[in-house]
Design a protein around this ligand. Structure first.
Ligand code: ZN
Length: 116
């Protein structure tokens, strides 16, 4: 697989956030990094898993295990007045087929938990 620049920069942002978050815990080893990634975030999970150890090389996160939870994409259909599941290809309501303009969740990248 080719290194993907987008996922490398995502990993670099994660690294920066982790370093800041753990700056008062600097002597402990990081065991697990748990991420939650939205279906519509545009992040390729395979590319992210590939880029992660490369970006984390020579940092304290080098040996950490990466766990990823996918957050399903949910939109709000104003026509049906309810939240509906959507996919990247069809941002339309599965019931009334009208386009969804409001995304409730599914485009986020969260660092959910870091286990030391
Ligand atoms: Zn609808």
């Amino acid at each position: 697989m080719w290194l993907n620049m987008h996922e490398i920069s995502v990993c670099q942002s994660i690294l920066a956030i982790l370093e800041k978050r753990l700056e008062h815990n600097s002597e402990k080893k990081v065991k697990i990094i748990h991420l939650a990634i939205g279906e519509l975030s545009g992040i390729e999970l395979d590319a992210l898993r590939f880029a992660f150890p490369i970006v984390m090389q020579h940092t304290r996160f080098e040996t950490a295990t990466l766990k990823i939870t996918v957050i399903p994409a949910l939109g709000f259909c104003e026509n049906c007045n309810k939240s509906v599941k959507i996919s990247s290809a069809f941002r339309c309501c599965s019931d009334c087929k009208k386009p969804i303009s409001k995304l409730i969740q599914g485009d986020e990248l969260l660092i959910k938990e870091v286990e030391l």
